[in-house]
Design a protein around this ligand. Structure first.
Ligand code: CP
Ligand code: NVA
Length: 305
């Protein structure tokens, strides 16, 4: 039995070494090729992944569940209504109990501290399936998608347009770990977390002018202006982000071979134009598919070693 302090988790991109992240991305490309070729690869036979969801999800749930099945294991979906967490059983006790029964736990929740608390009391790896602070699994898929289309991202320029949210924080982590320059265009009052930004100050630049920030970028990324839990701020946010929609005119300012990514779900006519989402430089559908391949690589790494 593992002691909680000996277990490796994936709560943020900083939990893995840059070389480990690169290896995961390469492995994701390989697992995708094998899957498309119809290969049967079941290193997680008899392994069980518990998935705790305190927020909605399409991609994260389906990709983890399908991925575990393809790897020969199984998974269980647990909403707050399904566990005693929803009735106030402490996170610490839940972690102690669940981690005696399953081989890994994926958690999507609000407060990042909750996932850290769970991990601190878990005997098995804990994976962050999105918190208010970050969304590292999405970045594995995003990096895979860029690498597949354009090769190494090291030294490239990426521009984040929009909210300084959980996805933006993970892009800041990726700028450090994958070694690229990150321009962040966001309205005043919607900056990313100052401490996270300070950790990557040599690689990141904040701008209030999305057009200038996108100039010559190799990759342009955005996300919803209203993250889960911010529904009541909708009107105020839509007003603040006027002028921040990524559309053809904005993409035309980027490098001629620039790609567009969006973690989805997307709101057409808000943060991204309907035309751009389906244009050839948008690789968002493949990005979504890559969630499954990248997380299969992560599950192999954490659950088998
Ligand atoms: N991108 C992403 O995490 O999507 P879901 O909210 O559908 O899981
Ligand atoms: N920033 C978004 C990402 C959704 C995948 C949210 O937290 O709702």
């Amino acid at each position: 039995m593992n002691k909680p302090e000996q277990v490796r988790h994936f709560l943020s991109l900083m939990d893995l070494e840059p070389q480990e992240l690169r290896t995961l991305v390469d492995r994701a490309v390989e697992l995708k090729r094998m899957h498309h070729a119809g290969a049967v690869h079941t290193p997680l036979a008899n392994k069980v992944l518990a998935m705790i969801f305190a927020k909605s999800s399409t991609r994260t749930r389906v990709s983890f569940e399908a991925g575990m099945a393809q790897l020969g294991g199984s998974s269980m979906f647990l909403s707050p209504r399904d566990t005693q967490l929803g009735r106030g059983e402490p996170i610490e006790d839940t972690a102690r109990v669940m981690s005696r029964m399953v081989d890994g736990v994926m958690i999507r929740t609000f407060d990042h501290v909750d996932i850290e608390t769970f991990a601190a009391h878990s005997q098995v790896p804990v994976i962050n399936g999105l918190t208010d602070l970050c969304h590292p699994c999405q970045l594995l898929a995003d990096m895979q998608t860029y690498v597949e289309h354009r090769g190494d991202i090291r030294g490239k320029t990426v521009t984040w347009v929009g909210d300084g949210n959980n996805m933006c924080h993970s892009y800041i982590g990726a700028a450090r770990q994958f070694d690229f320059k990150l321009n962040i265009a966001c309205p005043e009052g919607f900056d990313p977390d100052a401490e996270i930004l300070a950790g990557a100050s040599d690689r990141c630049e904040i701008s209030r002018d999305p057009r200038a920030a996108v100039e010559n970028a190799d990759l342009v990324v955005t996300d919803t202006w209203i993250s889960m839990g911010q529904e009541e701020e909708k009107a105020r946010r839509e007003q603040a982000f006027a002028g921040y929609m990524v559309d053809r005119a904005m993409m035309d300012l980027a490098a001629s071979d620039a790609l567009f990514l969006h973690c989805l779900p997307a709101y057409r006519g808000k943060e991204v134009s309907a035309e751009l989402l389906d244009a050839p430089d948008s690789v968002v559908w493949e990005e979504a598919e890559n969630r499954m391949h990248a997380q299969k690589a992560l599950l192999e790494f954490l659950l088998v070693g």
